[in-house]
Write a protein that binds this ligand. Structure first.
Ligand code: UDP
Length: 328
């Protein structure tokens, strides 16, 4: 029988790319999304149920109606800066909202979930690259709200037999290679879309947050992972659970870091335009370097990023943003 996947947040950036990958794997998809930060036109690989994680009754009713074989849980708030100013809302949506989901799943005997976790659960790690056994010590409420969920997954596993895969994303980037969906955030705070915007006439310049970090060019280094490679990892994680695999956690990154200046150069190469930018102060809570070890996902899930070199990431992102601005 064709598996049915219940996808919370399936109208968001990463969730929508995963829905496309699930459909390509031959699975059925139902999206549960409040559309608070998701997009109706991104929910095109299955039925959309409009609902909030915090509405426990609606969520439970949707699960009871759909009776999925597994849940892929993306719905969350994901701005670090916003989480510092408004931690309550982050814990409410990300942590309490997920508790509603896990309670409903336990009650209905649903026992498989893939969860969007984050490298923000590590905080500022002492050793690089970051392996999954690195101490998790988040330095902002966003990271903490996701770490609580990882803990709950473990506890629900012990108590109720839930099997879970938590995927700790590094910097999701790029867009669908076919151009059907891409990175669309409102407000946009992420480096790559802002650098692309700054390469176009009539838009505001990019501010680089700090050039005095302990890195070769002084700017922060991050591990940018193509969103379609992230989506592949979710398919493999669900296959792992369908095959009876045990609960686990995996980093999803490329093991390669790119500095902010490196991203600017890559955008200039792809666009042929200069990225207008200036250097400003550091952003609160930004560690100098975050680079993943992805050995575990490679060894256990057989995951191998295919499109995550920075040139391909930027090329796909550039194409998407060109098309978006043509549509506007
Ligand atoms: N960054 C920057 N200017 C911006 C946005 C981001 O210099 O306008 C830097 C930021 O300090 C970090 C990197 O770009 O080092 C990636 O930030 P982003 O917000 O894209 O992702 P995050 O790492 O916060 O998840």
């Amino acid at each position: 029988m064709t598996p049915m996947i219940f996808v919370t947040g399936g109208a968001g950036y990463v969730g929508a790319h995963c829905c496309k990958a699930f459909a390509a794997a031959g699975w059925n998809v139902v999206v549960y999304d409040s559309l608070y930060r998701g997009w109706r036109d991104f929910a095109k690989w299955g039925r959309l149920i409009e609902g909030d994680l915090r509405d426990a009754d609606a969520l439970s009713a949707a699960l009871a109606e759909v009776r999925p074989d597994a849940v892929a849980h993306f719905a969350a708030l994901a701005y670090v800066g916003e989480s510092v100013g408004d931690p309550g809302t982050y814990y409410d949506v990300n942590t309490c909202g997920t508790l509603n989901l896990l309670q409903a799943m336990a009650k209905q005997g649903l026992d498989k979930i893939v969860f969007s976790s984050t490298c923000a659960t590590y905080g500022s790690p002492e050793r690089l690259p970051i392996t999954e056994d690195t101490r998790q010590a988040p330095i902002n409420p966003y990271g903490a709200s996701k770490l609580f969920v990882e803990r709950m997954l473990g506890d629900f596993g012990l108590a109720h037999g839930l099997r879970s895969v938590a995927l700790r994303y590094f910097n999701a980037a790029g867009a669908d290679p076919d151009g059907e969906i891409g990175e669309r955030h409102a407000p946009e705070t992420h480096l790559i879309p802002l650098a692309i915007a700054a390469a176009r006439p009539g838009t505001s310049a990019l501010t680089v947050f700090g050039d005095d970090f302990d890195t070769p060019d002084g700017t922060c280094i991050r591990d940018y992972i193509h969103v379609a490679d992230l989506a592949d990892a979710h398919v493999l994680a669900l296959r792992h659970l369908f095959a009876g695999g045990a609960s686990d956690v995996f980093n999803l990154g490329t093991e390669t870091g790119t500095s902010v200046n490196g991203v600017i150069e890559a955008v200039e190469k792809v666009s042929g335009a200069s990225v207008r930018h200036s250097y400003g102060p550091r952003r609160e809570g930004d560690p100098a370097v975050l680079v993943a070890s992805a050995a575990k996902a490679r060894d256990i899930l057989g995951w191998q990023p295919q499109r995550s070199d920075i040139a391909t990431v930027i090329e796909h992102a550039w194409r998407w943003h060109q098309a978006e601005s043509d549509r506007a």
